[in-house]
Design a protein around this ligand. Structure first.
Ligand code: FE
Length: 451
């Protein structure tokens, strides 16, 4: 238990645990070569035109991913268009920089996402043309989440370092998000490649409603910070989304925590839930992460953000005594650590993260927020010196199997840990679902098991 408590501080430095990790895909120029005459065939297979049997020349590459909003929710009904140079560097455009067009290459494709937000194209590795590194153009149109024009680039390309457009993206995380690895498709006998590129649709400053006051988004503006389900619960980390919430972007610093008390004002920003001050971890113009204050209310509460510009209109949120969610490792997998503090997940889950799959019968620790009170109680808004067991029993299922929970407790500010024995299951990805006080985690993260 002591060891587990000592690991908790490392959690705060885990990239991707909190909602702010969803980096909005940057907008990039549409460029001069969006097809000036759309092809007759516009499906998602760019390798074959209509019912031709002659595929395009070039390195076959599957390009896929999800369209998400900044809260991690898949966007349904998004229309994803791509266009790119063919194997010879030629576009489907009368002003194409190369004119020796590959006649069997479609040059453009279109795909509409279903409820999982996924898109997929079969295409070829784009050729190079003068002045640019290798890239694929994207245009995404969504119902209610705006439009985005951007480009996907590839890791390890020698021309990346000198590309003006790519290096013009000043935000490093955003720049990194549009440079993707080209991987070999293990299942392919003919050497096909695969690229995954998730597109995160966000609000831009231009989308902000008129005025000077902070605005909390009425639609899913207040969510569990680990798993994004709408609502709040006392002592849980929550994310508040909106506009003009703060002028600055930062997390708490040591100086903000005085005598074990978390700040209720950070750079002039404060948040109330049902009239009580919440405790800060992170502020930025479009997102705030706070720990919800103690409250006995179960029902509708008002959330108000105040900064030096004034106070937002109140937004109603469902306050529950428990609203559990597991933190995430690279969005889809649950945040889990092994007995040495290493991450548990698919190998190579994210750049800079070393992770190994869980092994059956090993004890791992899952991390979450919103699992209700501990006993002895730990009040929200104060640092946690000693882990305290949860007041209510918790059930955790991995796939269909009920997992043995060796210890469940609060071991950091708003941070809950579950020492869990991995069920004896065949290798694969399994959804992890917890239930406490009659409330279930609503969006299941996955656990990678390898026998
Ligand atoms: Fe281009």
């Amino acid at each position: 238990m002591l060891r587990a408590a000592a690991l908790a501080p490392a959690f705060w430095h885990t990239k991707g645990a909190f909602a702010q990790a969803l980096t909005r895909t940057p907008a990039l120029t549409i460029g001069p070569y969006y097809p000036d005459r759309l092809p007759l065939d516009m499906d998602n297979d760019l390798l074959l035109i209509n019912d031709s049997i002659t595929p395009s020349a070039g390195q076959i590459m599957w390009v896929s991913g999800r369209v998400l909003d900044t809260g991690g929710t898949p966007v349904r009904g998004a229309v994803v268009e791509i266009w790119q140079a063919d194997n010879n560097g030629a576009y489907l455009h009368t002003a194409s920089p190369a004119t020796n067009r590959e006649p069997n290459f479609q040059g453009y494709g279109k795909f509409e996402t279903a409820s999982d937000g996924r898109y997929v194209f079969r295409t070829v590795k784009p050729g190079i043309y003068p002045g640019r590194t290798r890239h694929i153009h994207y245009q995404i149109k969504t119902p209610g989440r705006g439009e985005l024009v951007t480009q996907c680039h590839f890791e390890g390309e020698p021309l990346n370092s000198g590309d003006m457009l790519l290096n013009g993206i000043t935000n490093a995380a955003q720049r990194q998000s549009v440079v993707r690895p080209i991987e070999s498709l293990d299942t392919s006998a003919i050497g096909e490649k695969s690229v995954t590129f998730d597109i995160v649709m966000g609000f831009t400053p231009e989308d902000a409603p008129a005025g000077t006051l902070p605005v909390v988004s009425a639609r899913s503006g207040v969510v569990n910070a680990a798993a994004f389900q709408p609502g709040a619960s006392p002592g849980a980390w929550i994310s508040i989304h909106g506009f003009r919430l703060s002028n600055t972007t930062r997390t708490w610093a040591g100086a903000d925590i005085v005598e074990g008390k978390l700040p209720t004002i950070l750079d002039g920003v404060s948040v109330t839930i049902n009239g009580r001050n919440a405790y800060f971890y992170f502020i930025s113009p479009n997102q705030i992460n706070v720990q919800a204050p103690a409250d006995t209310l179960s029902g509708t509460a008002q959330v108000i953000v105040t900064n030096t510009g004034g106070s937002s209109a109140a937004v109603n949120v469902e306050l529950r005594q428990a609203l559990p969610g597991f933190f995430r490792l690279a969005q889809e997998h649950v945040m889990a650590t092994d007995s040495k503090g290493g991450y548990v997940g698919p190998v190579g889950i994210a750049s800079g993260v070393i992770s190994v799959p869980a092994r059956p019968r090993d004890t791992i620790t899952l991390w979450g927020t919103g699992f209700g009170p501990a006993n002895p109680a730990i009040a929200p808004g104060q640092t946690v010196a000693n882990s305290s067991p949860l007041a209510n029993p918790v059930t955790i299922r991995v796939g269909q199997s009920k997992a043995q929970v060796v210890y469940a407790g609060m071991s950091g500010v708003g941070l809950y840990q579950f020492n869990t024995v991995v069920p004896d299951l065949p290798g694969g990805d399994y959804p992890v679902v917890a239930e406490i006080a009659g409330v279930r985690t609503s969006s299941a993260g996955r656990l990678r098991i390898q026998a």
